[in-house]
Every structure is written in C-alpha cells, then in structure tokens.
Design a binder for this molecule. Structure first.
Ligand SMILES: Nc1nc2c(c(=O)[nH]1)N[C@H]1C(S)=C(S)[C@@H](COP(=O)(O)O)O[C@H]1N2
Ligand SMILES: [Mo]
Length: 315
C-alpha cells in the first residue's frame, strides 16, 4: 500500500515556474516529429500527429482579441490526473483512451433518462467556435479556441424536472485505459458539479473540439465541460455520466481538500487559495504576470447569479 503525504500530490503553484523551459523542450520535440524528422516517433508523438477530422463550426459572439495559446501548449501541458499527475503525463499516456464509440449515462431528476450515444446528446450540426480564457487554480492561464455546444442545449434534450437543482458530471474511470487510477490521488471517478442556473448559463460549454479538430484525448476526449468563469478543475473531462440532483453534489477536489477547493470555485482575485495568492496569473507563453480578473473577466454574464452570496465563504 502506497502511503503518501496527504498534500504531496496536490496542485502546487510552483509547479508552474518551470513551465516555459518545459514547454519549449516539448514543442521542439513535437515540431521535429511533425516535420517527419523523428522517424521512430514514440507512441505519445504518434498520437499527437494523428490526423483528426476538421470540425466545421459557426463563429459566435464568443471571440477574443487576445492571442491564442499555441496548440502545442494546450495539448502538451495538461492536468488530467487519470493519466498521471505530471503536466506531461496526459500527453504521454492518453493514447490509451478509446473515445469512440462513446456513451453517456443520463439519470436522476430528468424526464428522459437513459444511455445516450455522444451523437444523440451533442448536435454535431450545431457546433460553435468559442474562444475562452481558462484560468487554472494553480495561477496559470491559457486562451483556447474551443468547439462545442452550449451545455443548456444538452440539458434541454434530457429534460430536467422541476426538482432538479444541480448537475453532477462524472469522468470515465477505467483502469485499463487510465494508468493514473492506480494511485489514490483523488476519489475516483472524477466528479464535478454545477448549480442549475450555472449549467444553463450560455457560457457553459460542452466541448468536442479545439483548434478546428476533434478534442485530443489529453484535453478530455470526446466531450468535456468548459466553465470559463471558474477555476480549470471544474471543467471536467471525458464525461460518461450526467445526473440531475436536488442536492449539491460532492466533487472530487472538494472531498480531497475541502479547505482549498469549494463547490463554487469561481475565479476570484479577492479570495486567496490557503497556500497561494490568486491575485495574479501567468499566461502560458508570456513572461511576467497578469492581474487575475474576477470571474476570469466574464462577470457581465455571470455575476448576477451570485448576488448576495458571500464569495469568501462560498469559494
Ligand atoms: N477528469 C478530469 N478532468 C479534469 C482534470 C482531471 O484531472 N481529471 N483536471 C482539471 C484541471 S485541474 C484543469 S486546470 C483542466 C485542464 O484542462 P486542459 O488540460 O485541457 O488545459 O482540466 C480539468 N478537468
Ligand atoms: Mo487546474
């Protein structure tokens, strides 16, 4: 039995400090492979170079004047603990994930429960392009061109009942595909949740692609949540179950460290993490730090939902 110091595996802010050096090394490796230089590319690189079908999507109002984070950074510097806790582990190990075919179990307080194929839940003829900032709780951020559909469009199909107050999401937990499950770093399966009004907010996206292609395994293939006004860990990957509940779901990070990770986890520079400040962030690929914006800059669309709530108690 492996006994670990309780917090040794937690996200730590200083795991960010060597990110530039780390990325330039990996990008060089990836670039060489893409150019056909590395004839004997290992599995991880082969996966990266897999040709993905281009996804056609409509441009929407969710655009940005900020520069996009390079694709190599978005797909090679990840958090996906089911494939290991290192930032490079998902890129190396996620080739084991089998994203097709994919089914999602829908249950709880809905009129249309059942086991759906991904294509039954997500309308691939109505995909949208949306550029969102993603702010990780570890104080780094990215700008990502996602492709997906509003979560609300999927909820509409499964028809929540009037008693439904929360949406609970679960990630696949298959030891054959996910080597990281061997370590009890989180309470598997990975679980996240949203309050109903948050889930229905037009910003909440179910993503199936990025950079014009199907979403790579390490980013949460074939379908993951993106909740841009909340810390990155709320954006749960490779979803296999959606449940409507009348009670606030227990979420994996909240269970593992309740003082550090609450249910809401809205990006908030005024409320520090117990072990580091949340006032600033490092945009991947930039030197220096930026000021973190409340609700990650999306306050105009989401602040109303939290009117009257004490956000330092409901962190
Ligand atoms: N199932 C699952 N989802 C997850 C995680 C995880 O470990 N497992 N990590 C979260 C965290 S901490 C972040 S910051 C984002 C990272 O998304 P990205 O790798 O696509 O940038 O995914 C989130 N979703
Ligand atoms: Mo994160």
């Amino acid at each position: 039995m492996l006994i670990k110091h309780k917090h040794s595996w937690h996200e730590t802010e200083n795991s960010v400090t060597d990110e530039s050096a780390y990325l330039s090394r990996r990008t060089i490796i990836g670039g060489l492979a893409a150019a056909g230089v590395a004839a004997t590319a290992p599995m991880a690189l082969a996966q990266k170079n897999r040709v993905l079908a281009p996804l056609a999507a409509r441009p929407t109002a969710y655009q940005s004047s900020e520069s996009l984070t390079p694709e190599a950074a978005i797909t090679q510097y990840n958090n996906y603990y089911e494939f290991g806790t290192g930032k490079g582990d998902p890129f190396e190990n996620a080739w084991r994930l089998q994203p097709k075919p994919w089914t999602i179990q829908v249950d709880g307080l809905v009129d249309k429960p059942g086991t759906y194929s991904l294509e039954d839940l997500v309308d691939f003829n109505a995909l949208e392009d949306r550029i969102y900032r993603l702010r990780c709780v570890e104080a780094w951020s990215m700008v990502v061109p996602w492709i997906g559909v509003p979560l609300a469009s999927v909820l509409k199909k499964i028809q929540p009942q009037s008693g439904a107050k929360y949406v609970r999401f679960e990630t696949l937990a298959d030891t054959k595909q996910m080597p990281g499950l061997r370590w009890p770093v989180l309470d598997w399966p990975y679980v996240e949740g949203l309050r109903m009004d948050e889930a229905m907010n037009d910003l909440a996206l179910l993503a199936v692609g990025l950079y014009g292609k199907e979403i790579p395994n390490q980013n949460g293939a074939p379908v993951r949540l993106v909740v841009p006004w909340k810390y990155g860990f709320k954006s749960i990957k490779s979803i296999v179950r959606i449940s409507l509940t009348d009670r606030e779901p227990r979420t994996s990070w909240n269970v593992s460290a309740p003082r550090e990770y609450g249910f809401y986890s809205n990006v908030n520079p005024e409320v520090d993490h117990p072990r580091w400040s949340q006032k600033r962030e490092r945009r991947i690929g930039e030197f220096g730090r930026r000021e973190t914006l409340k609700f990650n800059g999306y306050g105009e669309m989401v602040a109303d939902m939290y009117a009257g709530m004490d956000l330092s108690a409901k962190y």
